[in-house]
Design a protein around this ligand. Structure first.
Ligand SMILES: Nc1ncnc2c1ncn2[C@@H]1O[C@H](COP(=O)(O)OP(=O)(O)OP(=O)(O)O)[C@@H](O)[C@H]1O
Ligand SMILES: [Mn+2]
Length: 424
């Protein structure tokens, strides 16, 4: 009798755990695009998430319409990206060493961002090598004029949807480019300029490749030269191949020849089934506060907002330059426009603090201005960065960020939530 009882109870427990895992998975990863119109039950993986989603439904109207105060700022941004023709590309690179100041890594006035992007696109390549840093395939392009670009090749079409874990799949090259424009519109200036560049496999790669790179190139069945590269995850059967024009497309990221300090993110994922401390403890921020300064936490909150918008859940570590986080490695965004993994915002809802300047910038961008400006800026450079579904997803996520801040304000009041420290 008692043995039967134990067996019965054990089966009951197993079924219960299985159901929990099933529902947890579904609530955190499936179709969340309906969240703004569907019944409120979706995504309430925890009471905090539920509270935040409740605030999405009760957002004041001002967050759903355009903020007129953004108009002059948008005009300035557009001007700085509207690159006038540069006669001497090399002249752009002459000032590189003087670029970084305490406010930004690159100059942002008088058309400078547009000129840098144009120089990155038009400068001739002098040498191509493997860039063995990191886990994903990357090339290093040395330009005439001595600048370097990191090249993350295209692995997916813009319409491809990544399913599974938030960190699943290869890097998305367009996510790197999109992230740069997003950072510019958010006024986050600790980021490297990025463009989409197409390079000819024969003329610009094979002809200029180092012997080391040539060793990691193979011909596919169609006789085309392809690259499998040199990196932690690089495999000979996972090559990138040129398109029918013989060109490889990818994100070309300005290489920052600077000394970074690398730190592990307190909110990193375990990359296995084990839960991290931040996933179990809603008071986790108090522990973080024992080792990190408020300024650094605010910087991590800004980074979390940025990552949530593109859904980059892979910021396991971060690089510091001049005591600020550099937004490097943004390739794991734009995976699935139907999914909003809210726990990327954990630094915000667990710490409930935000730079007041960040909050003001976010308030400027309501009602569609955020994506409208990204489109405007990138169109100057002939870039189609992503699909309409992803643009809509960014706007939906912006509402969730507003709602998260409302949740914090309700809990702690504006005196505690808003901080006057410039972090990015
Ligand atoms: N623009 C850049 N300028 C200088 N160094 C860079 C730049 N981008 C990345 N790096 C350096 O190269 C390392 C690897 O780059 P990145 O993180 O983008 O690659 P990854 O393959 O995605 O790595 P991981 O899988 O570990 O995230 C970074 O940690 C950083 O130190
Ligand atoms: Mn990465």
């Amino acid at each position: 009798m008692s043995v039967k009882y134990i067996i019965g109870f054990s089966i009951f427990l197993i079924v219960l755990v299985a159901c929990n895992i099933y529902f947890y998975y579904n609530l955190t990863s499936v179709n969340k695009h309906v969240i703004l119109s569907a019944p409120r039950k979706v995504e309430a993986t925890s009471s905090v998430h539920k509270d935040i989603i409740d605030h999405v439904y009760n957002l004041p109207n001002e967050y759903k319409v355009k903020n007129p105060n953004f108009t002059p700022l948008q005009r300035n941004l557009v001007q700085s990206f509207n690159a006038s023709v540069i006669n001497n590309l090399k002249s752009v690179w002459n000032y590189v060493d003087e670029w970084a100041d305490d406010e930004s890594l690159f100059p942002h006035k008088d058309g400078a961002p547009g000129q840098i992007l144009q120089a990155m696109r038009a400068s001739q390549i002098a040498l191509v090598d493997n860039a063995p840093k990191g886990t994903q395939l990357k090339l290093l392009l040395l330009l005439e004029g001595k600048q370097k670009l990191l090249f993350k090749p295209k692995r997916y079409n813009l319409t491809h949807i990544i399913n599974g874990h938030i960190y699943a799949g290869f890097d998305r090259h367009n996510s790197e480019v999109f992230a740069y424009y997003l950072a510019m519109v958010l006024n986050f200036k600790w980021v490297a300029p990025v463009i989409t560049r197409r390079i000819n496999i024969d003329q610009e790669i094979m002809r200029l490749a180092t012997p080391g790179l040539k060793k990691t190139m193979v011909k596919n069945e169609g006789g085309r030269l392809c690259i499998y590269g040199k990196c932690y995850y690089c495999k000979i059967n996972e090559t990138v191949c040129p398109d029918s024009n013989g060109e490889l497309e990818g994100a070309a990221i300005l290489y920052l020849d600077k000394q970074f300090r690398i730190h592990k993110s307190p909110w990193r994922r375990s990359y296995n089934s084990k839960k991290m401390e931040w996933e179990k403890d809603n008071d986790f921020c108090k522990k973080v506060g024992m080792t990190l300064s408020t300024k650094r936490i605010l910087n991590l909150v800004d980074t979390a907002i940025f990552d949530f918008l593109i859904q980059n859940g892979d910021r396991h570590r971060y690089e510091i330059y001049k005591e600020k986080i550099v937004l490097l490695d943004n390739g794991k965004g734009l995976g699935n426009p139907m999914v909003d993994v809210l726990d990327i915002l954990a630094p915000l809802y667990q710490c409930c603090i935000i730079n007041f300047s960040t909050w003001q910038n976010l308030e400027y961008l309501s009602g569609g201005s955020l994506t409208e400006t990204i489109k405007l800026l990138s169109e100057f450079h002939g870039e189609k960065l992503t699909t309409e579904e992803h643009y809509q997803a960014i706007e939906r996520r912006l509402l969730k960020i507003y709602a998260t801040v409302q949740y914090c304000l309700e809990k702690h009041g504006s005196g505690k939530v808003f901080k006057n420290v410039v972090a990015l």
